[in-house]
Ligand binder design. Structure first.
Ligand SMILES: Cc1cc2nc3c(=O)[nH]c(=O)nc-3n(C[C@H](O)[C@H](O)[C@H](O)COP(=O)(O)O)c2cc1C
Length: 440
């Protein structure tokens, strides 16, 4: 089986969420090493050397990001992004719920590395049960001197707070997360300045995803050289992949980066139901441009997904089999981002709205082929022109669906044309919608 368990090792052991069992499994030894044997700069250097890339979406080097924070005594912060709202992504939930101390240890080491004395876990509001687990673990860690003042008798102090979000997808965007944490409406900020320079309360802030931070204890304990042996040159380590949609065994699987996507979708998740084939798949959450059956043998890595015109993103694979109508999938995707757009910038606010309206016309059988060109051009005008990448998160997958499955959109339009018996422009308003059926 192509599973490679690092973060998932011992994950199902009863009691792992208690300090006692976590320590028995080697927990907090990396923190001890970080405090006793390494200077903060050496911790950053070790993380950078390991090649660890962010697991929350953008895949940026964690070590590099850490090195961007200025040195000095000014107040600095660390925020763990546990908002996990990207459709199809459910890995952080399992990691935190079953191994909260693994996250706490990663946070404390990273906070010491960048000199942050205050750390926050910003957790998605709907994860109330996970937040309870984290709260209990944080209390235990405080009581054991692993968090708080003078950690393990050293000069390092880190205060850690679990903060519950209120259910907005946009609050997963790092600067909206900061505004929300400061008690404001969660809207993205203009970048630069980047949070590493000016983040929470205007202070330098390191923001990392749950899974990214949970890799840190493994790197510090075993060393960058050991870690780098896992994965590919540009995508080191393992990845927890959430597989959902038309597969027989949906769930989270930890794999070594670089194995063929087919091994994940078929080998681990069981592939689509018998008699069905994969038609379309998102390799990195619903904001990633879609891939097709022909692309199933690509290595699952940051670089390979980018070369294929998509992205590894949050590592959530959503599979659609040959019963899926791609125009309907495009509409459903667009509706999510339209609903979640904060409305602060017009390309996103208006672009997501127009896209939904135009795709509704397609699905209702009221569009013309020219509308497909307009939909495609709206997506191109959104990409790169928004305050944050929420707009792009809709435009990239929708644009890719129109590009790769244009024949299917045209088929819907043609069928509507035939059913209406004339050009659609002349069709009366009360023409019933055309059933989409199965596109095998
Ligand atoms: C609209 C939007 C939503 C996001 N949601 C999340 C999220 O839920 N969790 C997450 O870790 N990153 C999310 N991100 C990415 C963060 O902005 C940021 O890149 C990430 O937390 C950095 O951590 P990493 O380098 O460890 O990946 C989102 C980005 C955007 C634009």
């Amino acid at each position: 089986m192509p599973e490679r368990r690092l973060l998932f090792k011992n994950l199902d052991e009863p009691g792992l969420r208690t300090l006692d069992v976590y320590k028995r499994r080697g927990g907090y030894r990396a923190l001890e090493r970080a405090i006793r044997e390494l200077e903060p700069d050496q911790i950053i250097a070790e993380i950078e050397e390991s090649g660890l890339r962010g697991r929350g979406g953008a895949g940026f080097s964690m070590g590099k990001k850490g090195s961007f924070l200025p040195r000095g005594d000014m107040p600095k912060y660390l925020c763990c992004n546990a908002d996990e709202s990207e459709p199809g992504t459910f890995k952080d939930r399992e990691l935190m719920f079953k191994n909260p101390h693994g996250l706490i240890e990663g946070i404390v080491i990273a906070a010491i590395a960048v000199g942050a004395q205050h750390a926050f876990i910003f957790i998605r509001g709907e994860y109330w049960d996970v937040a309870d687990v984290l709260d209990a673990a944080v209390r235990e860690a405080y009581d054991a001197g692993l968090v708080g003042e003078r950690i393990l008798g050293s000069n390092h102090s880190v205060q850690l707070v679990v903060h519950r979000g209120a259910g907005a997808y946009i609050c997963g965007e790092e600067t909206a997360l900061l505004d929300s944490l400061e008690g404001k409406r969660g809207n993205p900020r203009l970048k630069p300045p980047f949070p590493a320079v000016q983040g929470l309360y205007g202070g330098p802030t390191l923001i990392n995803n749950v899974e990214t931070l949970m890799n840190v204890p493994h790197i510090i304990r075993h060393g960058a050289e050991w870690y780098k042996r896992l994965g590919t040159e540009q995508s080191t380590g393992t990845k927890v992949v959430s597989v959902s949609g038309h597969v027989q065994r949906p769930g989270n699987y930890e794999i070594e980066l670089g194995i063929p996507a087919r091994e994940i979708i078929f080998g681990l998740a069981g592939g689509p139901p018998p008699g069905r084939r994969v038609k379309v798949w998102f390799p990195g959450g619903s904001s990633a441009p879609v891939l097709t059956e022909e692309e199933l043998d690509l290595p699952y890595s940051f670089e390979s997904m980018a070369e294929a015109g998509s992205m590894l993103g949050s590592g959530a694979i959503i599979v659609g089999d040959d019963t899926v109508s791609v125009p309907e999938l495009a509409l459903r995707t667009a509706r999510f981002y339209h609903h979640e757009s904060c409305g602060k910038c017009s390309p996103c606010r208006e672009g997501t709205n127009w896209t939904v309206k135009m795709l509704e016309r397609v699905v209702r059988g009221e569009a013309t082929p020219m509308d497909l060109d307009i939909i495609a051009s709206v997506q191109e005008n959104i990409i790169g022109n928004c305050l944050c990448v929420l707009g792009d998160a809709m435009a990239m997958p929708v644009g890719s669906m129109v590009r790769k499955f244009r024949h299917e959109f045209e088929e819907v339009i043609e069928r509507a044309r035939a059913a209406h018996g004339g050009p659609l422009d002349a069709a009366p308003d009360d023409v019933p919608p055309v059933p989409l059926g199965v596109h095998a």
